[in-house]
Each structure stands twice: as C-alpha cells, then as structure tokens.
Design a protein around this ligand. Structure first.
Ligand code: ADP
Ligand code: ASP
Ligand code: MG
Length: 408
C-alpha cells in the first residue's frame, strides 16, 4: 500500500470546522488505499499569538523556553485532528515531534532535523492507524524541545516523507499550488503545473513563503516527490521536480519579493585592502547575516560601501557601522529600512540574454528607481523603495507575460 505524507498549514486547520474538513480528506485518502501520515501546523494566528506573549515578557526571550512555548500551538491541532478522526470511526494517534523522535540539533528557534526514528510510526501504520504528527518541532539530543523556524511544518512533512520513503509528500495550503508570484499581490498570477527544485529553492530563499526553504532543500536531497495543493478545492496542484525535457519552456518561472530587508551605506572610506573585511567582520561577529553588497569607487581615493541585512537586524547593524565608521574615518553612515527586494527566477535565464534589460526597462517605465542589483545564474534581484513593491512586481509580471503559459 502506498504511503503518503500530507501536511496542512495554519489556515487549513484554523477552525474546528476546518479540522473536521481535514479529517474528511484524510479519510478519503485512506479509503483510496493509502497509508497516511499527516503533519499539521498550529491553528492560524496561534504561533503569532504565542510569540507575542513571549515578547511581553522580554524583547529577547530565552530561546529554550521560547521553543517550549511556541511548540504548543501544534500540539493543540494534533489532538483535535486525532479526535475528529476517531469520532468518524477511524483509528488515529497524535504525536508531538519528540514522541516520534524527530531529532534536531540544539539551535533553538531554527533547529535542523538530523534524524527521525520511524519505528513507532510504522507500528501504528501496520495497525491501520492514521498517524498525526505535530509540525515545526523536534527534540535535541539532551531532550530539549526545539522548533524549526517559521513555516517549519513543511520541513517536518518532507522529513517524515524522506524517513518513511513515502510515495509523495503533499503540502495542503490556502492556495492551489505554486504561482508565478504571490497571487495576493498579482491577481492574474498563474498556477504552475510543475517547477524545478532549483527554481523553487531560489523563490523560497528570495521570499516566497509558500514553502519553507529547508523543506525544498530536504526534498531535493532525499528525492522526495513534493506537491503543493489546496485544502479547499480539488486540483492537481504544483509538482516540484527535477528538470526534464517535458517541462514548460519558460525563461522566467516566477517572481519573489521580500519586505524583510534593510540597507546600510558607509560613505567615504579609504579605498584600500582590508576595508571591506573590517566593515563586514564586525557585522558578522554580531551574528548578522549580510545579503547583497556593492561598492562604488570614488576618484578621490575613497569608496562607498552598501549592503543589506534582515530588517530585524537594522538597528544593531547601524550601531555597529557607526562604530566602524569612526575607526575608519568614514565621512558618513546612512541607513534605509523602507526597501524591498524583488527577484526574477528562471532556469531559462541561463540560455537567454537580455532579461536584465527587459527587467530594468519595465521598472523604469513605472518610474521605479533601482537602488541595488545582484544576479546569479538563474536569478536577478533588485532593491527598490518599499512603496513600489506591488507596482514593481505587477510591472514585471506583465513585462514577462507570466500570466500566459509559454509556447510549447
Ligand atoms: P500555510 O499556513 O499553509 O503554511 P503559508 O501562508 O505559509 O501557508 O503559504 C501560503 C501562502 O504563500 C499563500 O497564501 C500565498 O499568499 C503565499 N505565496 C507567496 N508566494 C507564492 C507563490 N509563488 N505561489 C503561491 N503562493 C505564494
Ligand atoms: N506554526 C508555525 C508557523 O506559524 C509553523 C508552520 O506553520 O509551518 O510558522
Ligand atoms: Mg507555511
């Protein structure tokens, strides 16, 4: 019998009625002859509510206790879902991450899954039970509860699918697949039948929250067949696959955007070896990740240096940079946290020239100034002022005609 792992996100289990709906869907899959393991998120809004409680105690809550707290959201859902299944005469068992030995490292709030002991799940499946597992959480080698970062239930599901060698991992959410961009921002965004792991990974890392980055990495690494589908309507969803000749021949497959960005500039530092390293080492030492970097050389022997960080790190990074500026005798430090990054992603960029030109023209036609640019083999990212985010994404979606299926 084929084993399928399903995952239901927060909105899909947001009310008792929706949890009952999930129970019905699971029963249908069971009746179709599948063994079913299901990972669930906390009811919508619950994780945010818990985080808010912690923040009322402290700006920087203790990470271990933070994980004990925020992991409770998922425990509520597993119990309710198992009850709903049992009420319908189906045998089910709910488990926290620790109970099914989802072993992680000890990096609280962003732990990585190291191993899953699937023996207990297998025993239940053999008895005909539907196994309901709390997403987003695990346990480290010392028995501490850990959580996997926002959106982490996706990764729980994929890790379970990998450990159990499931036929497919189905991510049920509030959209019916992966779109050319967030359909909430571009109403005529188009659902993709399939997308490559490589592209999905870029989209996820550049800000598309439909799948957690690590879930895509994990699925690619362990060859898990991964599909995104709607909890509320029937349909084929989107399959994440390895590249093959049958796929749509789009040059651009999607647009991602990220509001969590902030930009810092240090002006008038000496143009000499070691300066870039001095600036970035002090930022790195504070555990702040730097994303884009640009440097402009002036003709007076000085240079300006600009980089972006996560918006949450803006204040800390600015304080560090002010200090470095004094040490280097820099002219000025500037910061801007009202910026966004918009990125075009597509494996077709490898074989197509001129994409950047079309992108920059589309933005210019809307009067949108580009503040920073970065490119890689399959993506081009620009930083623009936050107020232009929606306009910019829509303009690019139109310019590349992403609402239309590419010609075969
Ligand atoms: P869940 O709670 O089920 O995990 P998420 O909110 O994490 O759901 O992810 C689904 C949301 O991702 C959608 O409602 C949509 O707004 C957003 N999204 C962003 N980019 C895309 C995209 N390219 N395709 C589909 N959805 C996207
Ligand atoms: N409940 C967690 C969150 O809101 C994990 C998840 O939903 O995937 O981020
Ligand atoms: Mg999610």
């Amino acid at each position: 019998m084929a084993l399928i792992v399903q995952k239901y996100g927060g909105t899909s289990v947001g009310t008792i009625e929706k949890i009952e709906n999930v129970a019905e869907k699971l029963i249908k899959a069971k009746q179709a002859g599948h063994d079913i393991v299901v990972a669930v998120s906390a009811m919508s809004g619950e994780t945010n509510r818990l985080i808010d409680l912690a923040k009322q105690i402290s700006d920087k809550p203790d990470p271990r206790e933070f994980d004990v707290l925020v992991s409770t959201g998922e425990q509520v859902t597993i119990a309710l879902l198992a009850m709903a299944l049992k009420k319908r005469g189906y045998d089910a068992r709910s488990y926290t991450g620790a109970q099914v030995h989802i072993l992680t490292d000890s990096a609280h709030t962003k732990a990585r899954i190291l191993d899953i002991d699937e023996s207990r799940i297998r025993e239940d499946l053999e008895k005909g039970r539907i196994v309901v597992v709390a997403g987003f959480q695990g346990m480290d080698e010392y028995g501490n509860i850990t959580t996997l970062g926002r959106g982490g239930s996706d990764t729980t599901a994929v890790a379970l699918a990998a450990a159990l060698k499931a036929e497919e991992c189905q991510i049920y959410t509030d959209v019916d697949g992966v779109y050319t961009t967030d359909p909430r921002v571009v109403p005529n965004a188009r659902r993709l039948d399939c997308i490559t792991f490589e592209e999905m990974l870029e989209l996820a890392s550049l800000g598309s929250k439909v799948l957690q980055i690590r879930s895509v990495e994990f699925a690619g690494k362990y060859n898990v067949k991964l599909r995104v589908l709607s909890s509320f309507q029937e349909g084929p969803g989107t399959l994440i696959t390895f590249e093959d000749d049958e796929m749509e021949k789009a040059v651009i497959s999607g647009i991602a955007f990220n509001r969590d960005e902030a930009k810092l500039t240090i002006l008038g530092v000496p143009d000499q070896p070691g300066v870039a390293s001095q600036i970035l080492t002090s930022i790195g030492d504070a555990n702040i990740e730097v994303d884009m970097i640009i440097q402009n050389i002036g003709d007076d022997g000085t240079t300006d240096f600009t980089f972006t960080v996560h918006r949450n790190d803006f204040d800390a990074a600015l304080a560090i940079l002010e200090k470095t500026a004094k040490e280097l005798g820099a002219r000025q430090v500037k910061g801007d946290n009202a910026i966004v990054k918009i990125s075009l992603v597509g494996v077709g960029m490898r074989s197509h020239a001129g994409i950047a030109g079309t992108m920059f023209k589309a933005l210019a036609d809307e009067g949108i100034n580009i503040r920073m640019i970065s490119t890689s083999e399959i993506k081009i990212s620009v930083v623009v002022d936050e107020k232009y985010m929606e306009l910019g994404v829509r303009a690019l979606h139109d310019a590349f005609k992403l609402d239309q299926a590419p010609a075969a």
